[in-house]
Each structure stands twice: as C-alpha cells, then as structure tokens.
Unconditional design. Structure first.
Lengths: 112, 113
C-alpha cells in the first residue's frame, strides 16, 4: 500500500522559533493535507493542497505541494505554546480520491 | 454547525464482548469514513460509506468487523468478539461529496481488557 515518510518524528523548540516538517511519498499524490491532533482529540485540518507547486498559508502556517507531487512541507513561524501537538501529513493517490494515507506524525513540543 | 460527533468517547470491553461505535456526520454530509489509529501511529483507512451503501471496505478486517450507515441515524462500526489487538482510537470523518475535504470527529478510544 501507499506509504508516507514524515520527518522529523519529534521536535523540541523554544517559543518564537520557526519549525519545518515534511513528508515524502514513493508514489505521486493528488492531494496533500496537513492536520494537527491534540491529545485525546481527532485530527483538525490545517491546510489542504490540490495542485503541484501550490503554496498556501493559514496564519503562521505555510505548506507547499511539491512539484514532483511526491512531497510536501509545513512551516510554522514564530511558534507559540499552543502549537504543541502532533502534526500529520495525509494525502490520496492513484485512483482513490477519498482514501487518505497518513504519515506517522511529528510531535512538536514548544518550550515557553 | 456542529462538527462530526462520535460516541462513546471511551469504551472498555473484555475480550469476547462486542463494541459498537457511533458516528454522526456533519450536517449536510452524506459520506462517512472510518479510520483506526494505533498508539504512536498515523490513521489507517478502514471503510467508506454513503447512506445505506458500503463503497469501499478494503481497509477493514474481513472477520468480526462490520460497518453500516442507515438511511436514518448514525453510522455504526461494530466489532464482534473483541481481542486485545483491537484496542485503538477509532475516528470517523465526513464530507459533503466524495472528493471533498474530510473532517474528523474526536474519536472513540477502545480498550480491550
């Protein structure tokens, strides 16, 4: 099946620092999505990307759909304590436009 | 507009019992998806349903697991004769149409003793 490699697995940063995480796939993806999951909750959609090369921002978050369609990155600028959580990349590929494949997540810890 | 609702939020079962997980999609959404999340893992697709129809159940174990989305009422994920390996968080997502973004519920944490 499809696999997404998400890195890094975890990050420990100081408040105010910028953060970058990325996902790569062995196959072409049609859609890239970035979700955040807080403990005990479900994933919340942060950014959705639908076209190769697309660069989209949502407040302090910026994500890009790689030109090769096999990767995506998420940047968080000027991190704050409430950015703490697990960030997942997800996407769909091939003939399925609904079956999302998820990365294993990046655990972000922000030290005030 | 209420989000996706799931209940119960936590469920404890002994081996051999049945687990029933419920999901009410967002208003106006007729497409429901179930995912399972094991500890420290990403979510894994299980099944995709529209009202009264199972569209794709390729990610669901062939035995003991079943899902439905009746004309009236919530979608149900049913696990019969649970085993310890079924312990996981089960998430439901919904969308208004097949290609549209999926919005997730808070999940049901199942613990099998």
């Amino acid at each position: 099946g499809q696999q997404l490699n998400q890195s890094p697995q975890s990050m420990f940063i100081q408040e105010g620092e910028d953060v970058s995480m990325n996902c790569t796939s062995s196959s072409i993806f049609n859609t890239w999505l970035w979700y955040k999951q807080d403990p005990g909750e479900g994933p919340v959609l942060l950014i959705a990307l639908y076209k190769a090369g697309e660069l989209t921002s949502n407040g302090r978050l910026t994500a890009q759909f790689g030109i090769t369609r096999k990767d995506s990155f998420l940047n968080i600028s000027a991190s704050i304590p409430s950015d703490v959580g697990i960030y997942f990349c997800a996407g769909n590929s091939g003939g399925s436009n609904y079956k999302l494949t998820f990365g294993k997540g990046t655990l972000l810890t922000v030290n005030p | 507009n209420a989000g996706v609702m799931q209940n119960p939020r936590h469920l404890v079962r002994r081996r051999g019992q049945e687990a029933r997980l419920r999901c009410s999609p967002m208003k106006g959404h007729s497409h429901v998806y179930w995912y399972r999340q094991l500890p420290e893992e990403g979510l894994k697709f299980m099944v995709y349903l529209q009202k009264e129809n199972i569209i794709d159940e390729s990610g669901m174990p062939k035995e003991r697991f079943s899902a439905e989305f009746p004309k009236e009422g919530p979608s149900i994920l049913r696990i019969q004769q649970v085993v310890r390996g079924d312990s996981a968080a089960y998430f439901c997502a919904s969308s208004p149409r097949q290609q549209e973004t999926q919005y997730f519920g808070p999940g049901t944490r199942l613990l099998v003793l």
